[in-house]
Design a protein around this ligand. Structure first.
Ligand SMILES: *[C@@H]1O[C@H](CO)[C@@H](O)[C@H](O)[C@H]1NC(C)=O
Ligand SMILES: *[C@@H]1O[C@H](CO)[C@@H](O)[C@H](O)[C@H]1NC(C)=O
Ligand SMILES: *[C@@H]1O[C@H](CO)[C@@H](O)[C@H](O)[C@H]1NC(C)=O
Ligand SMILES: *[C@@H]1O[C@H](CO)[C@@H](O)[C@H](O)[C@H]1NC(C)=O
Ligand SMILES: *[C@@H]1O[C@H](CO)[C@@H](O)[C@H](O)[C@H]1NC(C)=O
Ligand SMILES: *[C@@H]1O[C@H](CO)[C@@H](O)[C@H](O)[C@H]1NC(C)=O
Length: 605
């Protein structure tokens, strides 16, 4: 094969299906190579195919020191415990001290569809630093996902999947609160639903968050423990809340971070997720104007001008897409690509805003190369000689399998979809992408009653919820800030506050920053609270607000954005705190810059 088709690898700590960007074509990546190794220890297929699923946790070394892997056998259907089995792929980074050993803390990176195995491979050490050395850092690919089997899969081959995704065409367009281009998205959803049904041998209906919550209990019990210790991000907060609603007496520690309104999620409406996005987009303009032309290449003196300039760029691309050709990749920057990149950048202002501003400035000058690289340079898709090489890879179907199975039935009607989308677009400017989630479930082969709470419980230990303000109210006084956040009736923390109401004595910790989850708003203060919560169960006072270490996402010292600690001494941090800070930045950096985990070729969320 001369050149590989590329789909951009995306961060795992996130929520929501993102319409895939237009295809980017990568330069030749070498011929297929059967001896290819995942980090020198075997291919993913060799690693996971080499572990026999069992009812007990049998850990064996995998990847590289100090990681250990296991496959836990669980019923595919908990109502039929003797029937067909699923195998949950687990990984752990063992506690680094046996003194005062405290058992496993389970992690979920979000999605739905995100891989916990990939998360721990990339960030297990850093996560261990944050929670403390007495805990095993443990995660798993939830059922249906990645290395867990049976895996959600709607295609006969990898190439078919890639070709399907690259044929997605331009995304929908929002103009004056009205969405156009819904027809094509709807038709694609019809096709995806049909493909899902035709590849379903009965496994699909069991890929649910409700079942994954029970899998978590099985994992805890297989560790010989009675109660769960857990830290879940984004969609991982739905998983956490579901567990808490089902097993309130089985909680030892639970942090839910970047909190989703579980009622909204299970209703399949996805109606109130976008509040933060609006404000976080505003921060791009506010911070850019504040940072000045040297630090923000897309500078204009007024934030409103910056936003207008972005709109102008979008309009220009609608009229005339820009082509990109480098030695390593080539592709097209069209309206869809730009919208996708803008929206995706909101997840992590500290990582993406500076490169985004640079890319926008270059794009305004007609050069789209930087824009295609903002979210991480495109990685080539390689055809394999071994048809089983990607059997345990993460694939995009995982998202719809979980989200559509979990969600209430979505009417299979183009007219109703158009109405839904127009309503969303009347409220949120990023409705063009967000609406694709609901749209994706229109023709879903549904045959079960989804879980829907209620999300209440007298939990055996109080839950710690973490939410970001999106940063608006603690910005340095900005005369030119368009929004007046203090008068905004809908607080971006509303979901965390709403979910907290259901769970006895739970506390919401606020980080006054933009971005998604605590890890994208590095804050020593928040990391200290998480550490103390896991270490000795201390919860912050109700109403506690932590500040991030950097206010303006364009004014981060270079060494710090790269994970260094140049100004740690200036900040007067203790060694302990400096370590926490480095750890949280490492996690953010690893996830934010796309994924280069072995075996991860593409993701949709
Ligand atoms: C891959 O191997 C290198 C060196 O052996 C190690 O530093 C790294 O952590 C490994 N990565 C993974 C994901 O196992
Ligand atoms: C942005 O807007 C300002 C004010 O309208 C204008 O002077 C400037 O040329 C614009 N910059 C770009 C890159 O479009
Ligand atoms: C476009 O920008 C890239 C850097 O992002 C640069 O390497 C390249 O030379 C530019 N292309 C042109 C035609 O100026
Ligand atoms: C929690 O406990 C209180 C007091 O015992 C009780 O009134 C309430 O119904 C319980 N809530 C749940 C969800 O079990
Ligand atoms: C909890 O742990 C922190 C350090 O992690 C310590 O400062 C604090 O005193 C501890 N609190 C209790 C009640 O042990
Ligand atoms: C921070 O910098 C000091 C030197 O200034 C170095 O010794 C230390 O290892 C660094 N810590 C981290 C966590 O990178």
């Amino acid at each position: 094969m001369k050149s590989g088709l590329t789909l951009r690898a995306l961060s795992a700590i996130s929520l929501g299906l993102l319409h895939l960007p237009s295809a980017v074509f990568a330069a030749p990546s070498g011929s297929c190579d059967l001896s290819k190794r995942a980090n020198g220890t075997g291919t993913e297929t060799e690693i996971w195919g080499g572990i026999t699923p069992s009812k007990d946790l049998v850990w064996q070394p995998c990847y590289a020191e100090p990681f250990e892997c296991a496959r836990l056998e669980v019923p595919l259907d908990y109502f039929d415990p003797d029937g067909r089995k699923a195998a949950i792929a687990l990984i752990r980074r063992p506690a680094t001290t046996q003194e005062g050993y405290r058992g496993p803390v389970l992690f979920n990176p979000g999605g739905p569809g995100g891989s916990g195995v990939s998360m721990v491979l990339a960030t297990g050490e850093a996560l261990g630093t944050i929670i403390g050395p007495q805990f095993d850092v443990v995660s798993f690919d939830p059922r249906g996902i990645g290395r867990s089997t049976p895996r959600a899969n709607f295609f006969d081959t990898d190439v078919e999947r890639i070709l399907f995704a690259t044929g997605a065409g331009p995304g929908p367009l929002v103009k004056d609160g009205v969405v156009s281009g819904v027809e094509r998205v709807w038709a694609q959803a019809q096709l995806v639903g049909t493909l899902a049904a035709s590849h379903d041998d009965g496994y699909l209906q069991h890929i649910t968050t409700e079942n994954t919550a029970t899998d978590m209990l099985r994992i805890v019990q297989a560790h010989g423990q009675e109660k769960l210790q857990y830290w879940g991000f984004s969609y991982g907060t739905v998983l956490g809340a579901t567990f808490a609603a089902m097993y309130p007496d089985k909680i030892e520690r639970m942090v839910i971070d970047g909190v989703v309104d579980a009622d909204d999620y299970y209703s399949a409406a996805w109606a109130n997720s976008l509040e933060d996005s609006e404000k976080t987009f505003q921060i791009f303009a506010d911070h850019c104007a504040e940072a000045g032309p040297t630090n923000c290449p897309f500078y204009a003196p007024e934030p409103a001008d910056i936003l207008r300039n972005i709109t102008a760029l979008q309009d220009k691309l609608l009229a005339e897409p820009v082509i990109v050709k480098t030695d390593k990749f080539y592709g097209i920057v069209d309206h869809t690509t730009l919208r996708f990149t803008l929206f995706r950048s909101l997840y992590s202002p500290y990582l993406f805003y500076k490169p985004l501003a640079n890319a926008l400035a270059q794009l305004a000058a007609g050069n789209g190369t930087a824009l295609l690289s903002v979210l991480g340079a495109p990685a080539p898709y390689k055809c394999s000689c071994d048809e089983h090489e990607h059997d345990f890879a993460e694939v995009a179907e995982a998202f719809s399998a979980v989200a559509c199975n979990d969600g209430a039935e979505v009417p299979n009607s183009l007219g109703e979809l158009q109405d839904y989308w127009n309503k969303l677009a009347g409220e949120y400017q990023f409705a063009d992408y967000w609406g694709t989630i609901h749209a994706g479930c229109t023709n879903w082969p549904k045959n079960k009653k989804p879980f829907h709470g209620p999300f209440v419980g007298n939990t055996s230990f109080p839950i710690l919820l973490i939410g970001n303000t999106a940063g608006t109210f603690l910005l340095e006084p900005l005369q030119h800030s368009v929004a007046n956040p203090l008068s905004d009736p809908v607080t971006p923390l509303s979901s965390a506050k709403k979910m907290a109401k259901g769970f006895k004595d739970s506390v919401v910790l606020t980080i006054d920053a933009g971005g998604h989850c605590s890890l994208y708003a590095p804050s020593v203060c928040a990391s200290q609270y998480v550490n103390q919560y896991f270490q000795n169960g201390t919860l912050p006072e109700e109403g506690t607000v932590c500040e991030p270490i950097f206010k303006n996402s364009f004014l981060i010292p270079a060494a710090e954005s790269a994970g260094g600690n140049s100004s740690v001494v200036e900040r007067g941090l203790t060694d302990e705190d400096a370590k926490l800070l480095a750890a949280v930045q490492e996690v953010a950096g690893k996830f934010g810059s796309g994924s280069n985990f072995p075996g991860v070729s593409r993701r949709s969320l």
